[in-house]
Design a protein. Structure first.
Lengths: 161, 85
């Protein structure tokens, strides 16, 4: 069911408070586009590699947001060069941020989505892979999880290409 | 002159920042448990603690706070690790 954009804007305004607070710790650059229901965040890996993460939030939180990475050198969207590679499958080789909180991970939304076995409406209650995904239901939770894979030497393995 | 045995610290998470008081000999794992509960995170996850001033270096759960030279006013960062799917 579509969400009134005014409601989503109010949710974004509220959740961005925590994103900004956490962003001061991690040196995030946070650019909200309330009209377009979109948030773009620049993040750094432990070695200084820059990543640009764009999150589309139309119909949030009825359905999860849509995460996409943008190549900071070319502006290309969704390429392997735009994506980090980690120690686990959170950054899937599709490429895709593979988590129930990412709309792109659902095959019925995006052909690159690895999962045809997930239901969009369950995203806040998912226990996929034994993880309590209810811990990742705010934008700060989501960006925080991405940062774990960038900020730690034992997790971050460079760009996907 | 007596010295206090407690430390007044803050823990930052993806859900805000809260104040806590711990014994100087409290272990890092005790801080994690208290913070996970206070922030309302579901416990079925892997949680780690770091100093907010150095978020890339995880504190060892079995070590006491004093071994990291924690002082009043120290800000910790609580991180949930989740899992790739």
């Amino acid at each position: 069911m579509p969400v009134d954009p005014a409601i989503t804007r109010a949710v974004l305004a509220q959740e961005l408070l925590a994103v900004r607070e956490l962003g001061r710790t991690h040196r995030w650059g946070i650019i909200p586009e309330f009209g377009g229901l979109r948030v773009t965040v620049t993040m750094y890996a432990h070695n200084g590699d820059l990543f640009i993460v764009e999150v589309r939030c139309d119909d949030y939180k009825e359905i999860p947001p849509f995460f996409e990475f943008i190549d900071p050198f070319t502006g290309d969207r969704g390429t392997k060069a735009a994506y980090p590679r980690g120690h686990d499958s959170l950054f899937h080789s599709a490429p895709c941020l593979c988590a129930p909180f990412n709309r792109k991970a659902y095959k019925n939304v995006d052909p690159l989505g690895p999962h045809s076995d997930w239901a969009l409406g369950d995203w806040t209650r998912s226990t996929a892979n034994g993880t309590a995904w209810e811990n990742y239901t705010t934008l700060a939770d989501m960006f925080g999880l991405v940062q774990t894979r960038l900020g730690r030497e034992e997790f971050y393995q460079g760009r996907q290409s | 002159m007596s010295q206090r045995d407690s430390l007044e610290v803050s823990v930052q998470s993806t859900r805000g920042t809260k104040s806590f008081s711990f014994s100087k000999t409290a272990k890092v794992s005790e801080v994690i448990s208290a913070a996970v509960s206070a922030f309302g995170f579901a416990p079925g996850d892997r949680f780690e603690l770091a100093l907010a001033s150095n978020p890339g270096e995880v504190l060892q759960p079995e070590r006491p706070l004093v071994s990291y030279h924690v002082m009043d006013g120290t800000v910790f960062l609580l991180t949930s690790i989740g899992g790739g799917v």
